[in-house]
Design a protein around this ligand. Structure first.
Ligand code: ADP
Ligand code: MG
Length: 323
């Protein structure tokens, strides 16, 4: 059993940042409004994630580490909206197969919490404990039993950078949740969780960028676009400063980037990439679900129409609010 989990881990867990991504997404799914992540050695030796979400009761805990044990697919048709779910019921089993995982969790309805320690897929300890409502995961010694994987880890600061990028992306897509990332004693990210995207952009990119933002708002029956695009002063030399969320999930789309860049170029200048953070809400049926869940590149059913809509929304924003 643990062999298949380790194989699955090869797909789900590529580096410390993938562990952080999976666990933070679980915290969001559990309704957390505050999520904090502490790391040591770029997450290689230590990752701690604490949330104030629903927590798990004793029954949930028993199955949470089983492969394909997800509480999230209730009906077969839910599979159509695969874009909102990523891997289904594989993350915890996979992570626990290649690391030491401690879990402390409690629901509001339960009088006691649960503590679980599992290492390399083997349970070390399961017992009742006292703890606050919500969930804490402590991951230690990632890839201790998969030397080939361990060998490919980059240096601590590089892995810490990947984790920071991961949290930034998730935070920009969830302005209503407060995120905190600390590396030892250093706070790398702290967002307020006040549901104001501009505050999140401020927390992540600093105050320079804030004065160069233009709000984008558009809605019709099929699609809703909201967020910010940078003025020319905020343009960058690569696309690393472009964040796109389709139905709250971080994705990449060349089509969307091109559409924004076209609007930008036709009104402004060439050879630089606009900064943007855009949320697009669209019927999940119109988003291609055949894309591998680990890959972030998406495709859409009606590309040319969507492209025109984005072009229009951004052009309008830049013309009316542009200077
Ligand atoms: P999935 O997220 O696809 O359901 P996971 O392996 O990531 O699969 O998680 C397994 C299950 O463990 C989840 O379905 C959920 O019930 C439970 N779980 C994991 N993390 C948390 C958390 N932070 N708070 C509450 N429940 C959690
Ligand atoms: Mg999950």
């Amino acid at each position: 059993e643990n062999t298949s989990n380790k194989i699955a881990a090869g797909e789900v867990v590529e580096k410390p940042a993938s562990v952080v991504k999976e666990l933070v997404e679980n915290s969001i799914d559990a309704g957390a409004t505050s999520i904090s992540v502490d790391i040591k050695n770029g997450g290689i030796s230590y990752i701690k994630i604490t949330d104030n979400g629903s927590g798990m009761d004793e029954d949930d805990v028993e199955i949470a580490f089983e492969r394909h044990a997800t509480s999230k697919i209730k009906r077969a048709e839910d599979l159509d909206s695969v874009i909102t779910m990523g891997f289904r019921g594989e993350a915890l089993a996979s992570i626990a197969s290649v690391a030491s995982v401690e879990l402390m969790t409690k629901t509001a309805a339960s009088t006691y919490g649960m503590y679980v320690h599992i290492r390399g897929g083997v349970f070390q300890d399961v017992r009742q404990t006292g703890c606050p409502v919500g969930t804490t995961f402590i991951i230690k010694d990632l890839f201790f039993n998969t030397p080939a994987r361990y060998k490919f880890l980059k240096k601590d600061s590089t892995e810490a950078g990947y984790i920071s990028d991961t949290i930034s992306r998730i935070a920009l897509g969830n302005p209503d949740i407060s995120f905190k990332l600390t590396n030892g004693k250093t706070t790398l990210i702290h967002t307020p969780g006040n549901n104001d995207l501009k505050s999140v952009i401020y927390s992540i990119y600093g105050k320079e960028l804030i004065k160069d933002l233009v709000a984008v708002e558009y809605a019709d029956e099929k699609i809703k676009i909201s967020g910010y695009v940078g003025k020319p002063e905020a343009a960058r030399s690569n696309r690393n400063y472009q964040s796109l969320y389709i139905n709250k999930r971080y994705v990449k789309s060349k089509m969307v980037s091109y559409s924004v860049e076209q609007a930008f170029t036709s009104i402004l200048m060439k050879n630089r990439f606009p900064f943007f953070v855009l949320n697009i809400d669209i019927n999940p049926v119109l988003v291609d679900a055949n894309v591998h869940p680990a890959k972030t590149e998406v495709r859409f059913a009606d590309e040319s129409n969507l492209s025109r809509t984005i072009y229009m929304a951004v052009s309008n924003a830049l013309t009316t609010g542009g200077s």
